[in-house]
Design a protein around this ligand. Structure first.
Ligand code: NAG
Ligand code: NAG
Length: 578
């Protein structure tokens, strides 16, 4: 932490004032003109400039606005860990540190614009520094989760031909084990206080690096990042995003969905699955808001609630799984300092959770929907009438429709694929393609639409109702049943902490609905047979009776991804003996 000490001392006075600034009413700073311009571009009302670089055109502008007194004295980045250590950067300090990091990438690492770098770090401040340093140097970042195995690493390094990787001690041995098979990999950077043979020490290099750096002039269409996304079959694909796709694609949703302004402090607890952590980075910093990070590897309900009590977080985003845990607590016992806007995404939010959260905290929960390929495409924007259980309406500038297998737009009420119009014009804030995989890119499109692979309905008011991934839809005696509807019905029963609904083989019906249920503690000793009948009757009452789970199993936990999404496919495969 020595590195940050100077900054911390320098910040002490300013932070004190900054935090006080958050307590009072937000200062009357109008959205700066320049941000209004970026928002207009994001919404398709102005043309995309030929050149764009988020570090230069957005972050450095905020740094200047901050210097000129046009931004409240909030930090731009605020990191805390379990021991009470903190790192706080203003936009100016973020600029200075990231320029030093850019000099490490361009200097010691010898990286050139267009070179690729894998970024596999836990929630350390260096993750944000390297992200910005990549923008400054034009280096393409490839984020990965820290849970990657040797096989995953080898596949990713080989196919992406990354020249460099930055990680910590826990993953370094695995990288070493496969380095020989990855000829493109030239430099390995370690974020650690100790050294390791064959690795350069990032912290040491950063300490010595110069703060002078000229940002590379990137074109809007140049590559910013590559994300690996796993489908249900085959190897993960490389999703390519341009500088303008992510850099400008979150300006409007950051303002309208996340409702961020320059006096906000935004905490997204969801970012262990780093692949989409960039969403938080771009929506917060585009709008001059502060990113708050809690380093704890395990984010439990109590930690979240205490953190909201202790720190002036104004805006919170968690996956539905976490909100399910939070509403189990007695929320009236907590008095949140500054919380005023809450969001969720990543999987469907059960109406029951939203209602409980709202009745106990007085705060609405705004669900949004998007994928690694897209930006935010559907949302319950700030101020919009929310229909419980719906993921909101198409988020501008996207034309989102329910389409059939040929890409034809279906009328309201009909079930189909969620599609985003990509013809005649592909939105600029959208992935370019699956890199080196034109077949997959072509296969993701039908007619004028990109198909997300998710099934939903749109009502006559334009609200989208999520049913599940295509593979998750249950086809029982020709009835099509989305797992989300059944899970939401189950969630309304007090016995259900959470559930996952999948198809299960049945000799007569082909397949039937099976619910895996985690019971809330108060019900764990109830008679299982009676409880199953009760839950089945409950679902029959709450939704169309044919959707009720004919099979119910009580389990102690559900399989989840690192970012907290329920893995229905695991349970389904188990049912079908695959
Ligand atoms: C929070 O982070 C997760 C994953 O990192 C992302 O999917 C989600 O969209 C983020 N939420 C917001 C409001 O940016
Ligand atoms: C659903 O199952 C029935 C037979 O039970 C079959 O005829 C039909 O094609 C299936 N539909 C889909 C979309 O898989």
């Amino acid at each position: 932490m020595r590195l940050w000490l100077r900054g911390l001392v320098l910040q002490a006075l300013r932070n004190f004032r900054g935090v006080c600034g958050v307590h009072g009413p937000p200062p009357p700073v109008p959205a700066p003109q320049i941000m209004a311009t970026w928002e207009a571009i994001n919404l398709g009302k102005k043309p995309v400039p030929e050149y764009f670089n988020f570090a230069h055109d957005v972050l450095d502008v905020w740094s200047q606005l901050e210097k000129d007194g046009h931004r409240p004295l909030n930090p731009a980045f605020w990191w805390v860990d379990g021991t009470g250590a903190e790192v706080k950067w203003s936009f100016e300090e973020l600029g200075e540190q990231s320029r030093k990091a850019a000099n490490v990438l361009g200097g010691a690492c010898g990286l050139q614009p267009g070179d690729r770098m894998m970024l596999v770090l836990p929630r350390l401040p260096e993750w944000w520094l390297i992200s910005v340093a990549c923008m400054r140097t034009g280096v393409v970042m490839i984020p990965g989760v820290t849970q990657l195995t040797e096989k995953d690493l080898k596949y990713r390094l080989q196919i992406s031909r990354a020249k460099s990787i930055i990680t910590t001690n826990s993953l370094a041995p695995h990288v070493d084990a496969i380095s020989a098979d990855c000829p493109s990999l030239q430099t390995k950077l370690l974020v650690s206080d100790s050294s390791r043979p064959g690795w350069m020490n990032f912290k040491e290099l950063l300490r010595e690096a110069s703060t002078g750096h000229n940002c590379v002039r990137t074109k809007s269409r140049d590559t910013l990042a590559i994300y690996f996304t796993s489908g249900t079959t085959g190897n993960p694909k490389m999703v390519e995003h341009s500088q303008s796709s992510y850099g400008l694609g979150f300006v409007a949703s950051g303002r309208r969905w996340v409702a961020l302004t320059e006096s906000d402090i935004f905490w997204n607890t969801t970012d262990t699955g780093w692949v989409k952590a960039a969403w938080t980075l771009f929506s917060a910093w585009a709008n001059g808001a502060c990113i708050f990070v809690h380093e704890l590897p395990q984010v439990g309900a109590k930690v979240i609630l205490n953190t909201l009590t202790k720190f002036p977080v104004t805006t919170l985003c968690c996956v539905p799984t976490i909100f399910r845990l939070l509403v189990q607590e007695d929320l009236t016992r907590y008095s949140f300092q500054s919380l005023r806007h809450c969001l969720t995404g990543g999987e469907a939010l059960n109406p029951d959770v939203r209602e409980k959260w709202k009745s106990q905290t007085g705060l609405e929960l705004h669900e949004g929907y998007g994928q690694s390929e897209t930006v935010l495409i559907c949302a319950n924007l700030r101020g919009m009438m929310i229909k419980s259980g719906s993921m909101g309406k198409a988020s501008p500038p996207y034309d989102v429709q329910i389409v059939d297998d040929e890409g034809k737009v279906l009328p309201p009420g009909e079930e189909g694929s969620v599609g985003v119009r990509v013809r005649p014009t592909r939105p600029f804030c959208f992935f370019n393609c699956y890199l080196e995989n034109p077949e997959k890119t072509a296969a993701s499109e039908r007619g004028d639409f990109y198909l997300t692979g998710d099934r939903a309905r749109m009502d006559k008011d334009g609200y989208f109702w999520f049913m599940g991934r295509s593979d998750d839809i249950i086809n029982s005696s020709s009835y099509r049943i989305g797992p989300v509807e059944v899970e939401s019905a189950l969630a309304e029963h007090p016995a259900v902490l959470e559930s996952a609904v999948v198809s299960s083989p049945d000799p007569i019906r082909g397949e039937v609905v099976k619910a895996f249920v985690v019971l809330s503690p108060a019900y764990s000793s109830h008679d299982p047979e009676a409880l199953i009948r009760e839950l089945q009757d409950h679902v029959k009452r709450m939704t169309a009776p044919y959707k009720y789970p004919r099979k119910v199993a009580f389990v102690s936990e559900l399989p989840k991804t690192v970012s907290g999404k329920i893995q229905r496919s695991k349970l389904r495969n188990q049912e079908w003996g695959r």
